[in-house]
Design a protein around this ligand. Sequence first.
Ligand SMILES: NC(=O)c1ccc[n+]([C@@H]2O[C@H](COP(=O)([O-])OP(=O)(O)OC[C@H]3O[C@@H](n4cnc5c(N)ncnc54)[C@H](OP(=O)(O)O)[C@@H]3O)[C@@H](O)[C@H]2O)c1
Length: 289
Amino acid sequence: MKVRFGPRKVAQMMESEMSTSVFTEPATLGRTGLKVGRLGVGASYGIDAAPLERAFHEHGVNYFYWGSIRRRGMRDAIRSIAKTDRDKLVVVLQSYDRTGALMRPFHERGLRALGIDRADVLLLGWHNSYPSRRVIDAALALKDAGLARFIAISGHERPLYARYAEEAKRDPSASPFDILMFRYNAAHRGAESEIFPHLDDSPARPGVTCYTATRWGQLLDPKRMPPGERPMTSAECYRFVLSNPKVDLCMTGPKNAEQLDAALEALAAGPLDEDEMARIRCIGAHVHG
Ligand SMILES: NC(=O)c1ccc[n+]([C@@H]2O[C@H](COP(=O)([O-])OP(=O)(O)OC[C@H]3O[C@@H](n4cnc5c(N)ncnc54)[C@H](OP(=O)(O)O)[C@@H]3O)[C@@H](O)[C@H]2O)c1
């Protein structure tokens, strides 16, 4: 049977094929100068190597966070991509070390497993108070040894991020943190008043990456919506985060190719418009409440 499409359908199809938006362009990750696709992928939820490699080659997804759990799928994708395109990959390795002594051996073990000489980002994970001198010195030593190019920090205490941002503004060379990673989503919007105003637009400011865009999947859950409201799509969750001009990159945690494809729709769709933003802010307030 021959299928005929009208001109409007054909136009729609062509548009979706060629879809680009400001989110399909790479961002500069603050003072690191690294060029990154706007979605970063975390390994923890178990995504396989093949969809990761496709996302790298076809969508410019290049921020590969091999943590919080170091899974095989992402390891294999990094090993494969690094053979030809190491300079385009941004590999993030995490350390939860609080002693300073365990950071280097764990980091080196990660590099060996990935078959690379250095990580692009060493992420100091889950710091809810200012990291100790021991931890900062161990991280700087890895940088000096050429085993990591930049240092990122993650945690939940928003006032600390205001402090990191202000420190970096006062004296970038004295501030160890090149990238700030914190929670921001439609339900958790505290960063809008507590962190973003402390970040200026200068090239010396730290890069900004955000996590829990879906609020552990809750923003996608029909049972948690206001009455009569359809749930957010995962792409809407990532678009909400990336619509904030202070955010360079949003993390996504797909467990399979379908979830990654759904996330990638955020890139072609671009920033939320006013009506979408208003709807999503209502949903976020309801879910938070
Ligand atoms: N260092 C830190 O401080 C820190 C903090 C938070 C997160 N992380 C890491 O950052 C990475 C990203 O985590 P995240 O929490 O920001 O990721 P996320 O993408 O906001 O959340 C992943 C969750 O969203 C659900 N999901 C995603 N796509 C979906 C889709 N298309 N349809 C339905 N459900 C979907 C998954 O649910 P199901 O699993 O039920 O399918 C999963 O529970 C991970 O590697 C994580 O370990 C690090």
